[in-house]
Design a protein around this ligand. Structure first.
Ligand code: PSV
Ligand code: MN
Length: 386
């Protein structure tokens, strides 16, 4: 296979998972701007996700969030997805929206609340059994607001104990992906604030526990690609929650604020052999003021573009420059790849698999946005229920 053929083959097999909640109404704590045509239930979210896959060809799975996507029959939901050409992906737990969780969930000082949180996580694994999902994605809002509020060390013990119980319930082929986040909603201490903490817990738990890197969950200026390289080296990178940030956990379209950072991350992914099914490439975004489906298509395309550029890095030239200490040349090799306009290449790749070269234009022409605006009238639009 020529090098270009290998690049194209890699791009054709890429998979980006879209989050069910990105199709729903969302906003900030100031305002949720409802949009016409927004899904009213998990099936309608899947209908929209199927459109993203139809036009991009690389978004075959959809992440669910429990309880936002609670249904009576998950097997039937999985079947419904399959009939639309997609499958159900990671199951995201929610231990942050009950009154009981004011002081935390799995790290709460009260064992009764911890029991409730762990039971919810076990329920999520039951759902995975029904949907055939591989990954349980855990993000905990746990932490404290004030020094002295609770015992930081003991909270880690509670976390370890709860995670161990959940880990023990994972079946063959199932994984637990532990997400970290610097701050918010807790402001003084967060119980899983960084990759080191997530890594330490995952290491103790075992092979089925891996870290998930949400690109919006770091302090400004953090070298995320270093974290990615390190986790891949340790075989502990379970996946990404892609989005982009200017200030905090902005949840904007991935690659919007800093496409160069996304490229640098994808370069480490390619370099570390992470461009396979072992790493889940998920979006975790919300579209508060822009049209949702085309914004998700745009996000998928942004990931594709960063991946294509990373695949185009002249590895031999880079290694030669690095080993000879040619700083300028090494940097130039990387920048050459980054500065390549990969849009024609991706258009070609799409055409080769029978897709329109311009997914957004194709979506706009499809009339789907107009159709759902007319048909999805009445009922309660889905949202994140905060
Ligand atoms: C909250 O920060 C968050 O965005 C986490 O990243 C989770 O992955 C997501 O919500 C869904 O619970
Ligand atoms: Mn996330």
């Amino acid at each position: 296979m020529t090098e270009l053929a290998a690049v194209k083959a890699a791009l054709k097999t890429q998979a980006v998972e879209t989050p069910s909640w990105a199709y729903a109404n969302s906003g900030t704590r100031f305002k949720v701007f409802a949009q016409a045509g927004v899904p009213r239930n998990p099936r309608e979210k899947l209908d929209d996700a199927a459109k993203v896959h139809e036009f991009t060809g690389v978004a075959p799975t959809v992440a669910l969030h429990i309880p936002w996507d609670k249904v009576d029959d998950y097997t039937a939901l999985a079947q419904y997805a399959q009939e639309r050409g997609v499958t159900l992906g990671a199951i995201n737990s929610n231990t942050f929206q009950d009154d009981d969780y004011r002081l935390g969930s799995i790290c709460h000082p009260d064992p009764g609340v911890r029991r409730k949180a762990v039971d919810h996580l076990l329920e999520c694994i039951d759902i995975m059994d029904a949907t055939g999902s591989r990954d349980l994605k855990l993000w905990f809002a746990d932490g404290t607001n004030y020094p002295g509020q609770d015992d930081i060390r003991e909270r880690q013990d509670r976390l370890a104990e709860g995670l161990a119980e959940v880990y023990g319930r994972l079946g063959d082929g199932q994984r637990m992906l532990l997400e970290y986040k610097l701050f918010e909603p807790a402001f003084y201490s967060t119980d899983v604030p960084d990759w080191g903490t997530a890594y330490a817990h995952c290491l103790r738990l075992g092979e089925k526990a891996q870290v998930v890197v949400d690109t919006g969950h770091h302090a400004p200026g953090t070298n995320i690609e270093f974290i990615v390289a390190t986790l891949l080296r340790e075989r502990k990178l379970g996946g990404f929650d892609f989005n982009s940030r200017f200030y905090a956990d902005d949840d904007l379209m991935v690659g919007a604020a800093d496409p160069f950072q996304l490229f640098r991350i994808m370069h480490e992914v390619v370099r570390g052999g992470g461009l396979g099914p072992g790493v889940a490439f998920m979006l975790d975004q919300c579209h508060n003021i822009e049209a949702k489906i085309p914004a998700i298509i745009r996000s998928v395309m942004n990931v594709q573009e960063a991946t294509a550029k990373a695949l185009l890095v002249d590895r031999d030239a880079l290694v030669a420059a690095q080993r000879s200490g040619d700083v300028l040349e090494a940097n130039a090799v990387l920048m050459d790849a980054y500065n390549t306009d990969v849009r024609p290449l991706l258009a070609e790749v799409r055409q080769e698999v029978g897709l329109d070269p311009d997914p957004i234009a194709a979506y706009r022409r499809s009339g789907w946005a107009e159709k759902i605006a007319v048909e999805r009238v009445g009922g309660q639009q889905a949202g994140w229920g905060a």
